[in-house]
Write a protein that binds this ligand. Sequence first.
Ligand SMILES: NC(=O)c1ccc[n+]([C@@H]2O[C@H](COP(=O)([O-])OP(=O)(O)OC[C@H]3O[C@@H](n4cnc5c(N)ncnc54)[C@H](OP(=O)(O)O)[C@@H]3O)[C@@H](O)[C@H]2O)c1
Length: 178
Amino acid sequence: MADRLVEAGIQVTAVGRRKERLDAWVLKHKAERAHGVAFDISKLDAIPQFVKDTESNISIVPAASLPGYSASKAALNAFAMCLRSQLAQTNVKVTEIFPPAVQTELHDYMGANVGRQLGMPLKDFTDKAWDGLLKGEDEVFVGSIGPEDRFLSIAHQRRQTCEEFAQAVLKRSTGKSS
Ligand SMILES: NC(=O)c1ccc[n+]([C@@H]2O[C@H](COP(=O)([O-])OP(=O)(O)OC[C@H]3O[C@@H](n4cnc5c(N)ncnc54)[C@H](OP(=O)(O)O)[C@@H]3O)[C@@H](O)[C@H]2O)c1
């Protein structure tokens, strides 16, 4: 996805702990639009300098085998929805991507041979997510948990309810509606 963004002419700052991989990525793109910052996001004292937001379909429907991960993704989604409402009258757009299981290094804890076969091939995911971004969607869902129409209906109704509630709570806390 970072490659796709850079190739589309967008400035991208990639963050990770392994500086050599970031340097190689910046070099690949000749450092015009690609920038790398070596940083460990678990260093909580320094974290407000960075914003990172990749959701998961598990943000909407928790996975029983992953309670901590599910809770963290649900929290991130709640945070993003609140932020989007608070920033509705500004030029800041909050975009969330909701991937299904995708073949990345994320599942290496199962052993790379097994983990990197789990889920959707990375190129298929990137193509689908990119289509959603090009359409200007601020919630890009790829795949679903259970039937797609039911999953998207849950997500959309939740979003609509959140936006209606935001009108009321922001009006009460700021004296203005969003
Ligand atoms: N793959 C899936 O099935 C899937 C599904 C839904 C959502 N997601 C979400 O998508 C996001 C990206 O996951 P991925 O699948 O691309 O995983 P990945 O292949 O394991 O890549 C994770 C990236 O994050 C960096 N990273 C890991 N820990 C870090 C830390 N403490 N500080 C800074 N950087 C760190 C890694 O670089 P370094 O190791 O060099 O730091 C690596 O570049 C995650 O938020 C994940 O929860 C993934």
